[in-house]
Design a protein around this ligand. Structure first.
Ligand SMILES: [Zn+2]
Ligand SMILES: [Zn+2]
Length: 160
């Protein structure tokens, strides 16, 4: 039985974005997930605005659906992350960010001033792209690199 918080989606909720929505529905089904309006809305928000926090995603989902709860959105994001539909990126000292680019082992440039995040391709192309000088016996399968710096906009702002 469907939960009250996850009604089945009627055809026209997304209006003109119907084509997009088809692709998103397929992505949900391919991940073995039932298609629901909240799941579609979360997936669409993450797809259109990469590196969004759960709070930002919640705001967009509310705009799309008219109603939702932060708890529902957090729950859906957790399901998406474990199903491989979304990737969670945890910048130090900031809320987790979510994106649809999964499985490409990409890394992130992070502006330490404004928190802007940009994707950067992995130089090697496959995980793990870095080997620690000492693995302490760990079997290493991935390395996440954050390049800390100051974005162009912040550089311009401080030059003025
Ligand atoms: Zn910046
Ligand atoms: Zn990214």
């Amino acid at each position: 039985m469907a939960l009250a918080a996850e009604p089945q989606l009627d055809a026209d909720v997304f209006g003109a974005a119907a084509l997009d929505t088809d692709v998103l529905r397929q992505a949900l089904r391919a991940a073995g997930l039932r298609v629901t309006a909240p799941r579609l809305a979360v997936l669409e928000a993450v797809e259109k605005h990469p590196h969004s926090s759960a709070e930002e995603i919640f705001t967009r989902v509310q705009q799309l659906l008219g109603s939702s709860s932060p708890q529902a959105v957090y729950g859906i994001l957790a399901v998406f992350t474990s199903a491989g539909l979304a990737r969670r990126f945890d910048p130090p000292g900031s809320p987790a960010l979510f994106e649809r680019k999964v499985g490409d082992n990409h890394h992130h440039l992070l502006c330490v001033r404004c928190g802007a995040v940009k994707d950067v391709d992995c130089v090697i192309g496959e995980a793990p792209c870095l080997t620690p000088s000492d693995t302490s016996g760990f079997e290493i399968f991935a390395a996440e690199v954050i390049f800390n710096g100051i974005c162009e906009e912040c550089q311009t702002a401080s030059a003025q």
